[in-house]
Design a protein around this ligand. Structure first.
Ligand code: F0G
Length: 366
């Protein structure tokens, strides 16, 4: 009886099953019309998870939340941009899309292109794309070209191809990508009913930090209660062109998703840093792996590039003011890169065990 009345009170508030996908949810903020065919896999509406471990680690009554965008349909934040880019490509009558990718963009482009009945071509750097991402691009039906070069080389080629041939480019130079991705900032503000003091985010090509900043600004313009956060962008120290303000010819990092030496949104990122009074810093691969493990100890498995946001937060522990509210963006799911997880964990994993009750109870210490 009591349980029933609790259920009745709680259910309407927690009824999120009817989420229509982010274009339908935030239509009034997006450049779509009734004529736009909405290609959706119900992306968005990802959880904002309070991190007890990180809040305690930072101390000073700081509250740390994780925007777990690895729970999108293809396992990364790219789906937010891709639902927009593919819907608009379809509206404009395009038949094929192309992208360069360190893996996630290709997975997402392939999925949404297939769903929309479009052909997709993807160029990836040979040997530097995590297995899960490659598996996705192949399964979703993209034509995959693995090139003997890095992401920056691939991006240069696809930009030229899309100018010469009737193929739509769906990298983050496509403005619709940024439009879709800004909805993550809306969701954070909808959940918190305010804005964070800091947003910690990994940067590769710097499309996502640009998109978040646009989102925060659009809500702020409507209602000043949504403050503007400091945008804290993090790169891996072997691949930090935005931190060092250079072009990195041969970027190297365990976080292959952000192994980018010449970000295409460089100028936009500089504006975000300046306007938000934020900061760009680098974190080492070891710091990334430490953060990756800390998150997993709280049940959250993200890919290494995503852990850069948390590594960056930890690095700034002493700069954080009392009572701060911080959101770290976890851009991709840990399952994308199983190899990295299997190589970098502190688990006890014993092999070739005799399957007898006696033996196993002995090993378990009983
Ligand atoms: N995190 C993950 C998991 C990514 O896949 C990327 C970019 C980023 C962060 C950085 O985002 O480029 O907007 O600054 N991945 C691209 C790709 C480059 O091809 O999948 P950004």
């Amino acid at each position: 009886m009591i349980l029933n009345s609790i259920k009745q009170k709680l259910l309407p508030k927690y009824k999120k099953r009817n989420w229509p996908g982010l274009i339908n949810a935030y239509k009034s903020y997006l450049p779509v019309s009734n004529k736009t065919p909405i290609i959706t896999l119900k992306e968005g509406n990802t959880p904002l998870i309070f991190s007890e471990n990180l809040s305690n680690l930072i101390g000073n009554n700081t509250k740390v939340y994780l925007k777990y965008d690895g729970l999108n349909p293809t396992g990364s934040f790219k789906d937010r941009g891709m639902t927009m880019a593919i819907s608009k490509a379809k509206e404009e009558g395009c038949e094929a899309v192309i992208c360069a990718s360190t893996g996630n963009t290709s997975a997402s482009a392939a999925a949404y292109a297939s769903r929309g009945g479009l052909k997709s071509f993807v160029l990836i750097p040979d040997g530097y794309v995590a297995q899960g991402k490659l598996a996705q691009a192949l399964m979703y039906g993209a034509e995959v070209l693995s090139i003997k070069g890095n992401f920056d080389d691939a991006l240069e080629i696809v930009q030229k191809l899309s100018k010469e041939y009737p193929i739509t480019l769906v990298n983050s130079v496509n403005p619709y990508r940024i439009e879709g991705q800004k909805t993550a900032a809306f969701e954070i503000m909808d959940d918190l009913k305010t804005s964070p003091d800091w947003l910690c985010i990994p940067m590769g090509n710097a499309g996502n930090i640009t998109a978040y900043w646009k989102g925060f600004n659009e809500y702020y313009k409507k209602n000043k209660k949504y403050k503007l956060p400091k945008m804290m962008g993090f790169q891996s120290s072997g691949s930090a062109p935005l931190v060092d303000n250079i072009i990195v010819k041969n970027p190297e990092t365990i976080a292959t998703a952000i192994r980018i030496g010449n970000p295409v949104n460089r100028e936009k990122a500089k504006i975000v840093k300046k306007e938000s009074k934020g900061d760009f810093q680098s974190v080492t691969d070891n710091e990334i792996i430490d953060a990756y493990k800390i998150l997993a100890k709280e049940g959250i498995f993200c890919e290494p590039a995503s852990a850069a946001s948390v590594a960056g937060l930890i690095k700034n522990k002493n700069r954080i003011k009392k009572d701060s509210l911080i959101v770290c963006v976890l851009t991709g799911n840990g399952l994308k890169d199983p190899e990295c997880a299997i190589k970098n964990n502190d688990a006890i994993f014993q092999k070739n065990i005799e399957p007898s009750l006696k033996n196993i109870s002995k090993i378990l210490g009983y």
